[in-house]
Write a protein that binds this ligand. Structure first.
Ligand SMILES: NC(=O)c1ccc[n+]([C@@H]2O[C@H](COP(=O)([O-])OP(=O)(O)OC[C@H]3O[C@@H](n4cnc5c(N)ncnc54)[C@H](O)[C@@H]3O)[C@@H](O)[C@H]2O)c1
Length: 257
């Protein structure tokens, strides 16, 4: 498949478990990709793993997605390198070690940190993406990262994480309405559990210790968690012209949960 022949994409959180799978998927479908992340070593490892295989099509840039200046610089860099950014994939996010699941233990600092990481970053990147396209009279598509926690949270989810992903969903729907007349499409994916890397493995170890892992798996009709490549496949569809009449949607990737 060459759905992204002569297309360019910017993937935030590009060195993470799901982000790097998306980078690889888009490159393998012909895209040029700018992967941004706060994790400099992770980006270097990504470049080592994929750079030579995709002959100069992968660029990386260190960026804290919660800092507007760094976001604007990253979007400008992508345009300078590729001449356009057809697809913006806002993957960077998550919750952080030590974040509580109990509402009454939630501090203002943790609330702000997670809202910034998941929701504000999505806003900043989307604003920069829309502004640049509108200045140039072009358009593109965005795929945002929500979560099943933002649609249907349960007690094992972190309340501020769930709220931040709920915000991503509503932002996605708002942006899709406001910008569809200008030719943009904006969708989101809501993954359930995905065994994406060390951060998530540590989370599941904690759930094992708490004795809740089996219960969580029993709630999934397919009785398993997903692989990052299964999330990347849906993202690639939404970002591609195959989804040319799809906007404002939140696609669950949840094994039927
Ligand atoms: N893995 C799951 O079970 C799951 C489920 C639902 C939703 N999600 C969402 O999928 C996305 C990817 O998650 P993942 O499982 O691949 O996690 P991950 O931790 O492997 O990837 C997240 C990436 O974001 C980067 N990042 C963190 N803070 C950043 C910052 N301030 N600036 C720039 N980059 C930053 C990290 O360095 C990392 O590379 C997240 O938005 C997460 O909320 C994951």
């Amino acid at each position: 498949m060459d759905r992204f022949f002569q297309k360019a994409a910017l993937v935030t959180g590009g060195s993470g478990g799901i982000g790097s799978a998306i980078v690889e998927r888009l490159l393998s479908e012909g895209a040029s990709v700018l992967a941004v992340d706060i994790n400099e070593n992770g980006l270097a490892a990504l470049q080592d793993r994929l750079g030579s295989r995709f002959e100069g099509k992968l660029r990386t840039k260190v960026c804290d997605v919660t800092k507007k200046e760094q976001v604007d610089e990253s979007v400008s860099y992508g345009w300078a390198e590729f001449g356009t950014i057809d697809a913006l994939i806002n993957v960077a996010g998550g919750s952080l070690p030590g974040c509580p699941t109990k509402l009454l233990e939630l501090t203002e600092e943790r609330w702000d940190m997670i809202m910034d990481l998941n929701a504000k970053s999505t806003l900043f990147f989307s604003q920069a993406f829309f502004r640049t396209h509108i200045e140039k009279g072009t358009h593109g598509s965005i795929v945002n990262f929500a979560s099943m926690a933002g649609l249907n949270p349960h007690a094992a989810d972190r309340p501020h994480y769930a709220a931040s992903k709920g915000a991503v969903i509503i932002l996605t729907k708002h942006m899709s309405c406001e910008f569809a007349p200008l030719g943009f499409r904006v969708n989101a994916v809501a993954p359930g559990y995905c065994m994406s890397g060390d951060r998530i493995r540590a989370l599941w170890k904690l759930r094992d210790e708490q004795g809740i892992s089996q219960k969580l798996l029993q709630d999934i009709p397919m009785r398993r968690v997903s692989e990052p490549s299964e999330v990347a496949a849906v993202v690639a569809f939404l970002a591609s012209e195959d989804a040319s009449y799809v906007t404002g949607e939140v696609i669950k990737i949840s094994g039927g949960r």
